[in-house]
Write a protein that binds this ligand. Structure first.
Ligand code: NAP
Length: 546
């Protein structure tokens, strides 16, 4: 990206609120980081949050059907046994509203809101080397100054509304799923056009279809999906979770992606086809992301992956009654789970409804939006409402939309012009005392997020505790450590099939002009945790502390 922001430095700290640490964001990550720095380290700390409430992703993503794909018994904080005892989830997968209640419950329990300033978006953060402080400016015109700056801005929080000509002339209503109106949208009697077939659209389509007069789904890239099989939790299961919370937590620390299931040790390529089919069938019936753990080699061998891909494509064709629609839905061009695999409740079944149709915009791309609908190169589709389920400028987007500058006024945008470069996904060379929770270069989005978040927050907290104990005031990633880590991130990705989905947001490919770099660390959370622990144990190897 070349549009480097050249805003002036605002090192005028005169009217700034002075803090030990500033946290940006009050979602899962920001809340826990605030708690750790304030209550465990006793720092003066504040969190700034653009929304008028806590919740991050779960504050913004209120679209119909919004629900977590991680199972509820692993989608929560585990740092407080008391909190785990007090909270009880109601369903196998927690819905958006319930997660938001949970995060408010946690924030209230630990009295965090008094140190969160809502309705405040950070616009700029400049490092002042002479004072060794971060000068932070907000859209409310306020200034803050802090020794440590920690971004907890989420990975999928910068909505991507594609630049389709004519949108400004559209006479109906349009919404992006990641900026959904709080009082909901009434689809009754409306013709709805939804663009996108990612995890979001796959959750939203069945719910919108049940209410709308007609739903037209505009599909560019066909996608896999496996049934979620959501159910209310039984009293027995709730009891099991309460009694085994510590064991479940320990298990999430032992798995590749912070889930409570292990990847099978059996290889698909070594399994006779009949037996393999049985395993896939069982996984399909069980439902959920666990499907991708069916075989050890699914994400590393194209041959193994083909067996899963074929199975799901056959399922799609058996569910969807109209052969032409089934063919378009199952014409999938990438390995299974190389893009983030969605799970669904009746997604493919939705296309059997009389009020739902599918448009293949790979064959005939969207040309423009007219006053009354969506026009492709071969037809016009009149709609009253457009739903953009078109994803996010992932991982780097939320960081780069702030004007972050390190030493000598160098902008993060410049340093990351050809893709994110950092050490452990935690620190950028030239940006001392800035930590990025679940930033690019860390396992983050390839994991169950709360587990990845707790690992990062604990590491950052321990690091700052160590610095204070040693009388140290500055930590900075060394350029050579960054070089090595960039190679490690790249190699980890290429040991898998993940980069083969060339249009995925993991690669930044969904945003025009964004560098194509595989952003998350694919080496797994267990390995990553070990690396981070070793780095700390060896005196923060790869960092300069002073
Ligand atoms: P996404 O996976 O990026 O999907 C965006 C969809 O919009 C894709 O189908 C994309 O097509 C399409 N699209 C984008 N621009 C387009 C254009 N100009 N014309 C036509 N189609 C266009 O976004 P998402 O579904 O919001 O999901 C993002 C991530 O959020 C997920 O992968 C997941 O990590 C997370 N998420 C999680 C949950 C959960 O846990 N329950 C739910 C929702 C989302 P192409 O593929 O061709 O680009």
């Amino acid at each position: 990206m070349t549009n480097v922001v050249t805003a002036p430095h605002h090192t005028d700290a005169g009217n700034a609120t002075e803090l030990d640490a500033l946290v940006i964001g009050a979602g899962f990550a920001g809340l826990y980081q605030l708690l750790c720095l304030r209550d465990r380290l006793g720092l003066s700390v504040k969190a700034l949050e653009a929304a008028d409430g806590v919740g991050g992703t779960w504050y913004w993503n209120r679209y119909p059907g919004a629900r977590c794909d991680s199972e509820s018994h692993v989608y929560w904080y585990t740092f407080s046994p008391e909190l785990m005892r007090e909270w009880e989830w109601s369903e196998r997968y927690p819905g958006q509203a319930e997660i938001l209640r949970y995060l408010n419950f946690a924030a209230d329990k630990f009295d965090l809101k008094r140190d969160i300033q809502f309705n405040t978006r950070v616009t700029a953060a400049h490092y002042d080397a002479a004072a060794n402080r971060w000068r932070v400016r907000t859209d409310t015109g306020e200034n803050f100054s802090a020794r440590f700056l920690i971004t907890a801005v989420g990975c999928l929080s910068t909505a991507n509304v594609p630049n389709i000509p004519g949108l400004q002339d559209f006479k109906g209503d349009w919404y992006h799923t990641g900026q959904w109106p709080h009082d909901g949208v009434d689809f009754t009697g409306k013709r709805v056009g939804m663009i996108g077939t990612g995890s979001t659209a796959i959750q939203a389509a069945p719910v919108i279809a049940a209410q709308a007069k007609h739903l037209t789904v505009f599909q560019r890239t066909a996608n896999y999906s496996v049934p979620a099989r959501n159910v209310p939790l039984t009293p027995e299961f709730k009891q099991y979770v309460k009694q085994n919370a510590a064991e479940i937590r320990a298990l999430t620390h032992q798995t590749y992606n912070g889930m409570a299931f292990k990847v099978s040790e059996v290889k698909a390529v070594d399994t006779p086809s009949e037996e393999r089919e049985k395993i896939y069938e069982q996984a399909w019936e069980r439902g959920g992301l666990q499907f991708r753990a069916s075989f050890q080699d699914m994400l590393v061998s194209q041959e193994a992956n083909n067996t899963a891909a074929d199975f799901i494509k056959r399922k799609i064709r058996s569910i969807v009654k109209d052969p032409e629609t089934a063919a378009i839905l199952s014409d999938i061009d990438h390995p299974y789970a190389a893009k983030r695999p969605p799970i669904d409740t009746d997604y493919f079944e939705t296309f059997n409804r009389a009020n739902v149709s599918l448009v293949n915009v790979k064959a005939a791309p969207i040309e423009c939006i007219s006053e009354t609908g969506i026009r492709t190169t071969d037809a016009e589709y009149p709609v009253d409402i457009i739903v953009f389920a078109t994803g996010f400028d992932a991982m780097t987007g939320p960081l780069l939309r702030m004007d972050i500058r390190g030493r000598d006024g160098v902008a993060l945008k410049e340093v990351w012009e050809e893709g994110p470069r950092n050490y452990l996904g935690l620190q950028v060379a030239g940006f001392p005392n800035l930590f990025t929770i679940t930033g690019p270069g860390s396992p983050s989005v390839l994991c169950n997020m709360p587990v990845a978040i707790e690992q990062h927050v604990d590491w950052i907290t321990d690091c700052i505790r160590h610095m204070r104990a040693q009388g140290l005031e500055r930590i900075e990633a060394r350029p050579e450590a960054v070089e090595k880590w960039v190679v490690e991130v790249n190699e980890a990705a290429h040991r898998t099939l993940l980069p083969r989905a060339t249009h995925s947001w993991y690669l930044g490919a969904n945003i025009p002009g964004k560098p194509r770099v595989f952003m998350p660390y694919a080496g797994g959370l267990v390995r990553y945790r070990e690396i981070c622990q070793t780095v700390a144990a060896e005196g923060y190897e790869g960092f300069t502390l002073s």
